[in-house]
Design a protein around this ligand. Sequence first.
Ligand SMILES: NC(=O)c1ccc[n+]([C@@H]2O[C@H](COP(=O)([O-])OP(=O)(O)OC[C@H]3O[C@@H](n4cnc5c(N)ncnc54)[C@H](OP(=O)(O)O)[C@@H]3O)[C@@H](O)[C@H]2O)c1
Length: 304
Amino acid sequence: MTDTHNGRQLTSTLQENGTLVLAIRDHDAGAPGADEVVIQVEATPINPSDLGMLLAAGDIDSAERHGEETHLKVAPGVVAAMQGRVGQAMVVGNEGAGTVIAAGESSEAQSLLGRTVAGLGGGMYAQFRRLPLAQCLVLNEGTTAAQGASCFVNPLTALGMVETMRLEGHKALIHTAAASNLGQMLVKICAADGVALINVVRRPEQAQLLRDLGAEYVVDTSRPDADEVLTDAITATDATLAFDATGGGDMADRLLAGMERALMRAGGEFILDSGRHDHRRLAAPVIFVDALHGPTLAGFELPA
Ligand SMILES: NC(=O)c1ccc[n+]([C@@H]2O[C@H](COP(=O)([O-])OP(=O)(O)OC[C@H]3O[C@@H](n4cnc5c(N)ncnc54)[C@H](OP(=O)(O)O)[C@@H]3O)[C@@H](O)[C@H]2O)c1
């Protein structure tokens, strides 16, 4: 077994002067440990979270080629907020799939030689990636790397949303930007599990797409009656948990106000404590938990 697996890997380096450097560099994935494999990466998706690491909120219109590198400008405030990564060549790509070309000495690792596996672990925008077995999922015979490359980030998040709903004792879910890849998965999971789901989208064609998948409650915010439709859906489902993928803007307010109106219709009492939770400032997906005991906002992060 060779000790080196030399290939190329995409890196993203934010410099203190506000220049983001994207480069494809030589990279040795190294030799697998006993319970590790080396994957020849054949497919890897670009998730929104990958773009965050890749572009560091840089100005895409400022992109310029400098030899083998691409440079982007990043605003000073963003550089200040991302001090933890300044000067470091960050590897990119949360998940992907490919063929196992080398395996450690354990029998489980050896059994994966030649198999197509999906992997989660960062640094997947590379030709070769070494990963522990525990971060690999063996794909069924006949499943291609492209078909299995998105096995983790969105599926685990969609399942995590439904599981959170159950653990927190809610009856139904609200999901925004719901025509997303993740949202379409959630529609199917909720249908299979008999969970009521309110899908919030921003265009009529997105509403139609979800209805075609079988979604029962769809709120299209481009319509003037969107807040009324939202309140009706919350009243019908008793949804007290929302996952907002948009962050910022007025969506958090609209969802909370919809819950409040639905609760008032039912004769309940609902007090918004906007002093304690400034949800307008949250830029990540948030959860509003427990309308009975007061709204709570929290981040919802799938660690990769
Ligand atoms: N927290 C976690 O652990 C976790 C894990 C996975 C995914 N996520 C998040 O879940 C979301 C969906 O991910 P995905 O991979 O499924 O994305 P995707 O397929 O690329 O879909 C993105 C969707 O967001 C919509 N959108 C974008 N900006 C919007 C805005 N300002 N207002 C309303 N809708 C907007 C887009 O609609 P248009 O076509 O109209 O632009 C599109 O339907 C992302 O926000 C992602 O970051 C979070």
